[in-house]
Each structure stands twice: as structure tokens, then as C-alpha cells.
Design a protein around this ligand. Structure first.
Ligand code: 13P
Length: 254
């Protein structure tokens, strides 16, 4: 971490919990993180649960947001949700281009770009996910994959827009597998992403952009990962479903 960038710890609840479970977890997160000031914190519940979570978190230091938005403004897009709906619930954040969306919903770098633009135009902070698959890592194609995801996914944004983007590096092989990237493996890619951003948007914007690491982050490995110079927080899946472990990760930023 670099003191110019306040860490962000984001909990991606994915397709877990129900109304009662999400409300309880939000309350517990609020209690356990109440005195923690070393990081920005947010949770990303499934869409039908956001309103209940918002009621718990409104006015607190814990932000919240959605897991995806449509690139379209509104209309006949059954099953999709738009930025305005999230904003009307009080959301500040939206996750975009998660590898599970790319894999199961065929999202592309182009659709990531469209969704990122929509989020920014609406005033949401996009958390834009990138990351290589295991086969890409094994064949030495990691940087090539990341380069395309960044240059297409964030291409053509203005500097003002990019200043509001959060990037999350999530190697697909480390998600939900218990197999975390080593701090050195994470740092190598984070540093590469920052260099790409410097080329696209200039050094100032690049040095201010928060780049989160995601993939089996837990209280036991978070401190070392976030001790890397270009790792500015975490996007947490499984460990965000327990307030104790999620708060334990936030604690690692102190
Ligand atoms: P895990 O922390 O469960 O590996 O999930 C990471 C992730 O995909 C967060 O978006």
C-alpha cells in the first residue's frame, strides 16, 4: 500500500444469503468495523437484498453496492438491473466484469467498457475486475490477457472518469480455491496494471488509482498481500460472509 491511496476492502457476497441472513451480516459488519478507520469498507449484496442492507448501513461508514449493472439505461432487458435502480437504493459502488460474469454470462472486455461508462455517467464507483485463467497463467499469457482487459475495458475514459474507477485484480485460479496468489505474484501484476494505467491516463491518475487484490483473501494472508506496494485493498468473496473474518481483513490495513 501507498499512503496516497486509502485502502478499500470490498465484500462480494455473490449469490449467497437471504433477507434475514443479509440483514444480520450487515449489522455484524457494522458492529465489528465501527472503530476501524484505516480503510474504506463496502459490501456488495445480491440485488434483491440491497434495500434491506441499505437500511442497516445508511449513514454509516460502511458503503454498499451492486454486483453488476446493465450497460443500457432502461427498457426491455428482462432480468437486468440498471444504474439508476442501484443509485435509488443509495448504492455508491458497483462491481463490473467479475470473472464469474465473464464466464457464466459471456461478458467481454467490450461489455465491461460499456458498463463502466454507464456506472461513471450515473455517479457509481465501478470496481472493474480483471484476471487471467489458470491456462493463461500456465502458458505465459497473463500479461497479454491483463493488457487487453485494461486497455479495452477502460479504454477511452477521460482522466476525470478514471479518477473514480477502482480496479480489482482477481486471478481466476485463486477465486474460491483456497489457492491465493503469492504476494509477489500479486504485486507483479498490480505493478503491471499501474504501468498500463500510467500509459493510458498519466502518472498522476495511475498513482491515485486503487488496485484491489481478490482471490481467497483471508485474515491470515491479507496483511502480507496488502503490504505490497501496489496492492491497495481486497475484493473478498468467501471470507466476507463472516463478519469476523471480514473485519479481520479490514484490521490488516491498520
Ligand atoms: P474468494 O475470496 O471466495 O476467493 O472470492 C474472490 C472473489 O471472487 C471476490 O470477488
Amino acid at each position: 500500500m501507498d499512503e496516497r491511496r486509502k485502502p478499500l476492502i470490498a465484500g462480494n457476497w455473490k449469490m449467497n444469503l437471504d433477507l434475514a441472513g443479509a440483514t444480520t451480516l450487515a449489522r455484524e459488519v457494522l458492529q465489528r468495523t465501527a472503530r476501524m478507520r484505516t480503510a474504506d469498507i463496502c459490501v456488495l449484496p445480491a440485488s434483491p437484498l440491497i434495500q434491506a442492507v441499505a437500511k442497516v448501513l445508511e449513514g454509516s461508514a460502511v458503503g454498499f453496492g451492486g454486483q453488476d449493472i446493465s450497460p443500457e439505461e432502461e427498457g426491455a432487458f428482462t432480468g437486468d438491473i440498471n444504474a439508476r435502480m442501484l443509485l435509488s437504493l443509495g448504492c455508491q459502488y458497483v462491481c463490473i466484469g467479475h470473472s464469474e460474469r465473464r464466464e457464466f454470462h459471456l461478458e467481454t472486455d467490450e461489455s465491461v467498457r460499456a458498463k463502466t461508462g454507464r456506472a461513471l455517467a450515473s455517479g457509481l464507483i465501478p470496481i472493474v475486475c480483471v484476471g487471467e485463467r489458470l491456462a493463461e497463467r500456465d502458458s505465459g499469457a497473463t500479461f497479454q490477457r491483463i493488457e487487453r482487459q485494461i486497455t479495452v475495458g477502460l479504454g477511452g475514459l477521460s482522466s476525470e472518469e478514471m479518477a473514480r474507477v477502482v480496479v480489482a485484480y482477481e486471478p481466476v485460479w485463486a477465486i474460491g480455491t483456497g489457492r491465493t496468489a503469492t504476494p509477489a505474484q500479486a504485486e507483479e501484476v498490480h505493478e503491471y496494471i499501474r504501468k498500463l494505467l500510467a500509459g493510458m491516463f498519466g502518472e498522476v491518475i495511475a498513482s491515485r488509482t486503487r488496485i484491489l487484490y481478490g482471490g481467497s483473501v483471508k485474515p491470515g494472508n491479507a496483511r502480507e498481500l496488502m503490504g505490497q506496494k501496489d496492492v491497495d485493498g481486497a475484493l473478498v468473496g468467501g471470507a466476507s460472509l463472516s463478519a469476523e473474518s471480514f473485519a479481520g481483513i479490514v484490521e490488516c490495513t491498520g
